[in-house]
Unconditional design. Structure first.
Length: 122
């Protein structure tokens, strides 16, 4: 049978335990502070991303409206559809878009689709 004094940590063990507890407390506080900082940064970034997305949607709609108006004027002027597409593409290429090739192609495809839809909508 174990004697009762064996179950109680001695002074050295208590000191080591206290040091580990203090170190764990510091680590927990540092981790919490870092978490709060990162979470705050994420919230700010998320808010900014939402604002950019809304602005992007607004600009996309403005571009769609401009393309539609341009195509309507060309159609009223008697420009054939194949020439309208060439003129729309030329106008877009002259904008010097600062996009990678894949995204540039996506924008061009979208603009051409709007142009075709606008031309045949009338």
């Amino acid at each position: 049978m174990t004697e009762p004094h064996d179950a109680v940590p001695d002074r050295e063990e208590r000191r080591a335990l206290t040091q580990r507890l203090a170190a764990a407390s510091v680590a927990a506080r540092e981790a919490t502070e870092r978490y709060v900082e990162i979470r705050r940064d994420c919230d700010v970034t998320l808010g900014e991303s939402r604002e950019l997305l809304a602005a992007s949607r607004d600009l996309r709609e403005q571009l769609r409206h401009v393309v539609t108006s341009y195509v309507s004027m060309l159609r009223l002027d008697g420009t054939p559809p194949e020439r309208v597409i060439v003129q729309v593409k030329t106008a877009m290429e002259s904008c010097a878009l600062q996009l990678d090739a894949r995204r540039r192609r996506q924008v061009m495809e979208e603009v051409v689709r709007w142009a075709v839809d606008a031309y045949y909508a009338a």
